[in-house]
Design a protein around this ligand. Sequence first.
Ligand code: CMX
Length: 135
Amino acid sequence: MIDRIDHLGIAVNKLEDAIPFYEKALGLKCERVEEIPSQKVRTAFFAVGEVHVELLEPTSDDSAVAKFLKSHGEGVHHVAFHSDDLEAQLAQAKDGGARLINETATVGAGGKRIAFLHPKSTHGVLVELCREGKR
Ligand code: CMX
């Protein structure tokens, strides 16, 4: 069901300060900036082959990313795996001992369906599972 890494989420203090590094120093192109009110973030996406880098800037002090920045500083925030069957993937994760942050998928950037696994149950990495469309 998991067929690729979809994106790496990187927490940054300000998109406008971080985007130039990816564009000028790495030569990548910012495809789009998108605000996701439900996650309290603004995001910027860069394609690297079929994988993306997603920069995450908090839009509120009580957002998950603001809390992460306070405790960890800027850096890798999550790894997102693409799955062709999100419901079955979540059931497998639960059976395998992962703690589901989202029991059912919610809508994230680009209209994708997303769900997170708690880092305390995944050897320290916040894991996102995602898929386009309805299932
Ligand atoms: N990666 C690894 N560890 C992390 C982490 C992360 N991104 N975020 C928190 N943790 C660790 C903390 O360091 C802490 O560990 P210690 O107890 O050893 O210090 C522990 O997790 C805290 O866990 P908690 O008290 O249960 O939860 P928090 O209130 O800190 O929230 C989390 C953490 C993962 C449950 C919360 O951030 C969450 O629900 N995330 C999912 C949603 C999200 O991240 N949205 C933003 C991105 C949206 C997008 O990509 O579009």
